[in-house]
Design a protein around this ligand. Structure first.
Ligand code: ZN
Length: 460
């Protein structure tokens, strides 16, 4: 089990400054009552000088964020699954050459036809591998309970197994037309209809699922920024890419006219408020496949190189967007080398963009957790002599807990600050031990961060 994923504020030692103001905890509560992205600290004590701060969009030094969110459909067996994960997450020698050493998650389901890799279909070693990857955060999506899971009992059996091994998955991703799906239109299922034999939403939410995907995919390059169809049309494929652009524009029009199906695409945000049909509130998310041929084009291990082009990655950085990439990395042509040379080249382009401090590549769970925390926590800043303090209140925006060994949602949170001699960050009143002080970025402003640590890939 990896051990070096300790959150920077897990060990809260004595801070020589912690009692100087005497009410750091009160500061955080004050920050909580404020709304909005830029806040001034209001404090009654004259010894404090408030200062304006703002949160950097992404952990320093990155300018964009991407998570490869792969549905495991048609993965032949555990060896192929493991080789894919090893190539993506390590720099070890693999069947496709040295791995790209990124931070990439995967998904799992349970009841599937025998020829497809799934939790119940694989052997004990495969199940052990799955549990190990869940514990490390590298399996982070429950991809329905599978095509053959048709009753609440199937869901219950899977959840019991996860609980027995202290495994928790917080992301639900609908699969095809699986009966346990939550979707009402694109991915039609019955998992959230009380009284239906496949109803399981209450159990699944109680297990810990918080984020839900119900078939929504966009072609727009970069979310969490205004929608734009730029970069989709190509003169090499004018008709097909023009059709993709037309469909994207049509979705926007339908969203504005009140279409429930396309509502989440109206403002091009990754996360939106969702409600299951049994009334349960969830965070719904939008995935993206920005290929010129449309959202169902090249969404496989074979095709991913056609998606991760220099042009697409460059535009994602330029727009400072987020991409939760819709794909199926288990759909391979040759199980001996799951990624063909063009896909390897695409993944190496992505790895270079990460190494060049442009795109933070991480798992879907960590990306969604970061975005959720960034936009929901409260904060305030004040200065006292040569010390600048930022007080962060977590509130409901960043849940404590999480799956075992999960890195906390606040990791990477970065605040622009005035140039100063000393800094500290308080989380719910407690000082962060290992603060990261960053030089000015391309905006010319310095920042301080809660350090981002990559996930720790398990040994097998
Ligand atoms: Zn699927």
């Amino acid at each position: 089990m990896p051990t070096n994923c300790r959150s920077p504020w897990e060990g809260r030692g004595e801070d020589p400054d912690s009692d100087r103001d005497g009410d750091g905890r009160g500061d955080a509560r004050s920050a909580f009552s404020d709304n909005g992205r830029v806040r001034a600290f209001r404090h009654v004590q004259l010894s404090y000088q408030p200062f304006i701060t703002s949160v950097r969009r992404f952990p320093y030094p990155y300018r964009a964020m991407l998570a490869i969110c792969s549905d495991l459909d048609e993965t032949p067996d555990r060896k192929v699954y493991w080789e894919i994960m090893r190539f993506l997450n390590t720099t070890e020698t693999t069947a496709m050459g040295p791995g790209v050493g990124l931070d990439v998650g995967n998904s799992i389901y349970f009841d599937m036809p025998p020829e497809q890799f799934s939790y119940w279909n694989t052997d004990d070693a495969g199940r052990e591998m799955v549990r190990s990857l869940i514990h490390s955060g590298h399996i982070d999506c429950l991809h329905s309970y599978g095509d053959l899971a048709i009753t609440r009992a199937h869901a219950g059996r899977a959840l019991d197994e996860l609980a027995r091994h202290d495994c928790r998955l917080e992301i639900w991703v609908d699969h095809g037309k699986a009966p346990t799906n939550f979707g009402a239109d694109v991915t039609r299922g019955y998992g959230d209809i009380p009284g239906h034999e496949a109803y399981h939403a209450d159990l699944t939410i109680a297990h810990g699922v918080r984020y839900v995907w119900r078939g929504r995919v966009t072609s727009v390059i970069g979310q969490d920024v205004p929608a734009s169809i730029d970069g989709l049309w190509t003169s090499r494929h004018p008709v097909a890419s023009g059709w993709t652009v037309g469909k994207e524009l049509a979705k926007r029009v339908l969203a504005r006219r009140g279409s429930v199906k396309y509502a989440i695409q109206a403002d091009n945000q990754v996360l939106g408020e969702g409600r299951l049909r049994d009334g349960e509130a969830v965070d719904e998310f939008l995935r993206c496949n920005p290929h010129w041929g449309g959202v169902s084009s090249c969404e496989t291990a074979t095709g991913i190189g056609e998606v991760l082009t220099d042009s697409m990655l460059g535009r994602l950085v330029m727009r400072e967007g987020v991409c939760i990439l819709y794909t199926h990395l288990g759909k391979v042509k040759d199980p001996r080398t799951p990624f063909p040379p063009a896909a390897v080249a695409g993944l190496r382009r992505l790895a270079k963009a990460h190494r060049d401090d442009k795109i933070l590549v991480t798992t879907t769970r960590r990306a969604l957790g970061y975005l959720s925390a960034r936009d929901r926590v409260g904060w305030s800043g004040h200065r006292e002599k040569d010390l600048l303090t930022i007080s962060v209140g977590r509130g409901s925006g960043a849940r404590s807990g999480g799956p075992p060994n999960a890195c906390s949602e606040l990791m990477g949170l970065s605040f622009y600050v005035p140039d100063h001699r000393r800094y500290r960050i308080l989380i719910d009143g407690a000082p962060v031990e290992s603060l990261q002080v960053n030089p000015p970025d391309r905006t010319g402003r310095p920042s301080v961060s809660l350090p981002w640590k990559r996930s720790c890939f398990p040994d097998q």
